[in-house]
Ligand binder design. Structure first.
Ligand SMILES: NC(=O)c1ccc[n+]([C@@H]2O[C@H](COP(=O)([O-])OP(=O)(O)OC[C@H]3O[C@@H](n4cnc5c(N)ncnc54)[C@H](O)[C@@H]3O)[C@@H](O)[C@H]2O)c1
Length: 426
């Protein structure tokens, strides 16, 4: 059944296989774009793949077989152009050459023309100019150091998705990843907010570093469409950060099922949906990018590690998120997909706490929840004092944990607390 669903030369499936192959040979991330349908011209230097032998029932293509054909064609392409003598010596210093354009054919019919380069702007320029000049590939990643700047280097040129990235912690994650050289899809229910932030990031980084997309993570069709957009635009993904989340506090004795479901659908089911479609995409990419590690990271909470009074829907969904993280990690390790969670403590600077109208500080002040508190500052001081390190969690604290998870190849199924010691692992 799974085989039959794959249409002949499905452009999305081929895009993932081709990008995976480049990642595998270069050990670097790449961006891949497809010419609009109907392109039949074959550039001179292109790598041509005939997938007709992978066809069965005249209609469908066997993806596994197509991956093999792709790999063989690439090897033959390299062999045909193998340098010899002095040229080979010179090349070994500069890196090897790779095609920047791949044409997928079915016998004589062009099915897709794909353009590859190291970043979004370069790939787009190549596609528009039909520039098929060869790429120079360095062969291995430089060794990583241990300082923060080196650590951030692990995301350079990688393609990342951040859900709920229009504001709050998600916005800081999107800004930080972009500043470290990644291309970030900012996916949010608030498209306008995502567009504004993406424009700010692109102006600051002076390149296409962020792309806004609309999504409702609680709606499967919307999540499916998000991943389709992603593949169509850049050919794949390396880092998926499931950050979108909501909070509606309420007593178990009083909370309506509607409010409970609202929180659960976004925080728990939303993570399942994002992980499902990211997992499907990463699995496909893995067919040709065998050694490439990909990441699914859930922004969980300290409320995923201990109960939260009159906040059961939130804590329950976050506890569940860790259960999903551990279970998905077990299943997806076979495809080199790591699944981890980050559990931040209270992010006092964000709108959840600091919004002057609806934030928790003002709500707690009005409700008299903190004895003797007269001002917002008193409420804040009360909550800061609960943290052994005497301050709230910041976006940079969360980022350090994210970089650690991505850099650490030997860790999956973990929930990393970032709480200043307020909540510790049991
Ligand atoms: N704020 C904290 O103190 C804190 C602490 C620990 C963990 N967290 C977690 O961090 C994450 C971000 O929290 P925040 O405080 O930055 O939140 P926020 O409310 O500031 O931002 C959340 C973003 O998610 C988007 N969003 C909400 N529902 C969505 C949906 N169905 N589909 C797509 N996008 C949706 C919103 O539009 C918004 O841009 C959440 O998962 C939250 O549980 C927050």
């Amino acid at each position: 059944m799974e085989r039959a669903e794959r249409k002949l030369a499905d452009p999305a499936a081929m895009a993932l296989l081709i990008r995976g192959l480049y990642i595998h040979t270069g050990r670097y991330p790449w961006v891949l774009m497809q010419s609009p349908p109907g392109e039949t011209e074959i550039p001179q230097e292109a790598l041509i793949i005939d997938i007709a032998p992978a066809r069965y029932d005249h209609q469908y293509v066997d993806i596994e077989y197509a991956a093999k054909i792709l790999q063989d064609a690439y090897t033959a392409w390299e062999f045909d152009r193998a340098p010899a003598g002095a040229e080979a010596l010179a090349r070994s210093e500069t890196g090897k050459k790779a095609p920047s354009c791949v044409v997928v054919q079915d016998a004589d019919t062009v099915q897709g023309v794909y353009w590859i380069d190291r970043d979004f702007d370069a790939a787009k320029e190549r596609m528009e100019a039909k520039n098929d000049a060869l790429l120079t590939e360095k062969v291995s990643l430089p060794p990583l150091g241990f300082n923060a700047a080196h650590r951030a280097g692990v995301v350079k040129n990688k393609i990342a998705l951040v859900t709920g990235g229009a504001q709050g912690i998600g916005a800081i994650i999107a800004q930080s990843l972009a500043a470290s050289g990644a291309l970030v899809f900012i996916a949010d229910r608030n498209l306008e907010g995502a567009e504004t932030l993406a424009a700010q990031i692109n102006a600051k980084e002076k390149r296409t570093a962020a792309i806004p997309v609309a999504v409702d993570v609680a709606d499967e069709a919307s999540v499916k469409a998000l991943f389709k957009t992603l593949i169509q635009n850049v050919g794949g993904l390396d880092i998926c950060i499931s950050n979108a989340g909501v909070l509606k506090a309420g007593s178990v004795l009083e909370q309506s099922l509607q409010d409970f479901s609202f929180v659960t659908d976004i925080n728990y089911t939303g993570f399942f949906l994002i992980a499902k479609y990211a997992g499907l995409l990463f699995r496909e990419q893995h067919r040709t990018a065998l050694h490439w590690k990909t990441d699914i990271i859930q922004i969980n909470s300290k409320s995923g590690l201990e109960g939260s009074n009159k906040n059961g829907a939130y804590a329950g969904g976050k506890f569940g998120g860790i259960g999903l993280t551990k279970s998905f990690a077990l299943e997806l390790a076979d495809y080199n997909i790591k699944v981890n969670a980050v559990c931040p403590g209270n992010f006092f600077d964000g709108s959840l706490w600091s919004d002057p109208e609806k934030g928790l500080f003002v709500q707690y002040l009005r409700a008299g929840k903190v004895p003797g508190a007269k001002h917002i500052a008193d409420v804040k001081a009360y909550y800061e004092a609960k943290v052994p390190m005497k301050r709230g969690c910041t976006g940079q604290d969360v980022m350090r944990a994210i970089y650690y998870i991505i850099e650490q190849e030997y860790e999956t199924g973990q929930a990393v607390p970032v709480t200043g010691g307020q909540v510790m692992l049991h």
